[in-house]
Write a protein that binds this ligand. Structure first.
Ligand SMILES: [Zn+2]
Ligand SMILES: [Zn+2]
Ligand SMILES: [Zn+2]
Length: 153
């Protein structure tokens, strides 16, 4: 399915508490702090004082990070092999997402269950869920098998 570009959803912008007032009001790009002229930034959708906007290069990189996540997630839903261990296709999609994340300046993925930063090369799977209270989709990750920090009793 072709995806609209740029595909950036409000849920994937940085935490407002980490942003400057200019970034929160849409005067500056939420990712690189580039000052935006009127109509220059891409409106990421907000309400009231919270009106995040991004410059075109940042939105393109962020969109790619999100699109590669969704491709990877979509694959996992339909694949018969991935529940047992990630198949070749899943590994390629995983790598494409990691590359896109790196270009977008996103931190290394963290496992939702054990809260540790996932070491490169560790099998993980995308875990997309809806936050409570209308918080929207959360693009998270889980170790494919048991979490390494989990101790067997
Ligand atoms: Zn920017
Ligand atoms: Zn697969
Ligand atoms: Zn884990």
């Amino acid at each position: 399915m072709p995806r609209p570009t740029p595909l950036v959803v409000l849920y994937d912008v940085p935490d407002p508490s980490t942003l400057t007032p200019g970034q929160r009001s849409g005067a500056d790009c939420v990712w690189c702090q580039h000052p935006l002229r009127p109509h220059e930034g891409i409106d990421l959708g907000g309400t009231g004082d919270w009106w995040p906007c991004g410059c075109v290069p940042c939105c393109t990189l962020q969109s790619r990070a999100l699109a590669t996540y969704i491709d990877w997630y979509d694959h996992g839903i339909g694949c018969l092999y991935c529940p047992l261990r990630p198949c070749d296709r899943a590994r390629a999609l995983h790598q494409a997402h990691l590359d896109a994340r790196q270009h977008a300046g996103k931190p290394d993925p963290t496992c939702l269950a054990c809260r540790t930063v996932i070491a490169p090369g560790t099998p993980i799977r995308p875990h997309l869920w809806q936050a409570a209270n209308g918080g929207g989709p959360v693009f998270s990750f889980l170790h494919t098998r048991t979490c390494p920090s989990e101790r067997v009793p």
